[in-house]
Design a protein around this ligand. Structure first.
Ligand code: AG3
Length: 278
């Protein structure tokens, strides 16, 4: 039991940094078949979901991550009908995908059903669109699903995974990207959460090289703040299956967002000088 006034900390020895939230209570903790899932009530960030001790989301800032994992990719595609989410068991990305009227099917494939059940119980706002008839939830291995999926059958793949250690490791390599490339339509896009542009530059370079090695056109970095993740600055990497012009977002976004706007979309693709230098 956690006592009032204690702190939750995600610290990384490797990075030499940590992030702490003052907590009121631990609401839940379980060891699923794949990982340890915990939920805390914090003093100022609402509820906190952790997997294997790492921050997955908080009530207060997950809107930035979920909107930025979804809307730049879907509006850049322009007419995405078939969307597949790998990971994302908390359903926050699925909810954002379903805001797009072009989307006819949105399939969320997370290996761990318990993440979704915990989200339904403790983060009901994230799962509020799960009954949408266009949504399908599968609790299977995303790598195996991708291997067996037909060619040219998906418009946008969103990989909303944990860090590239443990269950998500197989989602960050060339073999998996090759399967994604095969499954995507010619004008398809892959987007993957790609950690911090400040402290994970080597990882990002390796990911982009692996994506290009698998046949993708040059990936672009979409940057955004995420205060509860290491360094507070996060990214998604957007890779077109084949070189193509990306579509512009509409001037007026046709649904409610709390972070994403057309201006934010353009700004998020801008490369800071130190990253542009490579
Ligand atoms: N996606 C987790 C990104 C990685 C966070 N890393 C960390 N805290 N060290 C979470 C899924 C949200 N839908």
């Amino acid at each position: 039991m956690v006592r009032d006034g204690q702190w939750y900390t995600e610290a990384s020895d490797e990075l030499g940094l940590g992030f702490s939230l003052k907590i009121r209570d631990k609401l839940h903790e379980e060891r699923s078949n794949f990982q340890t899932i915990a939920v805390y009530e914090t003093e100022t960030f609402g509820r906190l979901l952790t997997i294997d001790g790492l921050v997955m989301l908080t009530d207060r800032d997950n809107f930035i991550y979920h909107e930025m994992m979804t809307h730049p990719a879907l509006f850049s595609h322009g007419r995405a009908r078939r969307v597949v989410i790998i990971g994302g068991g908390d359903c926050g990305t699925l909810r954002e995908v379903l805001k797009h009227a072009t989307v006819e099917s949105a399939m969320q494939i997370d290996i761990d059903e318990r993440v979704t059940r915990v989200a339904e119980q403790y983060f009901p706002r994230l799962t509020e669109s799960n009954a949408d008839p266009r949504a399908e939830l599968a609790f299977i291995d995303g790598v195996a699903w991708m291997r067996d999926a037909p060619a040219n059958s998906v418009d946008v793949i969103i990989i909303d995974s944990t860090d590239p250690i443990g269950p998500a490791e197989g989602l960050f390599n060339a073999a998996f990207y090759e399967q994604c490339h095969h499954v995507l339509a010619d004008d398809g896009l892959l987007v993957q959460q790609s950690e911090s542009p400040l402290v994970h530059t080597t990882l990002i370079d390796d990911m982009h090289a692996a994506m290009q090695g698998a046949g993708f056109a040059a990936p672009q970095l979409v940057g955004f703040p995420q205060p509860s993740y290491p360094s507070g600055w996060w990214s998604a990497s957007l890779a077109p299956a084949r070189a193509r012009a990306l579509a512009e977002p509409p001037a007026a976004i046709p649904f409610h967002c709390d972070y994403y706007t057309a201006d934010i979309h353009r700004a998020a693709f801008a490369r800071p000088a130190f990253l542009a230098r490579g």
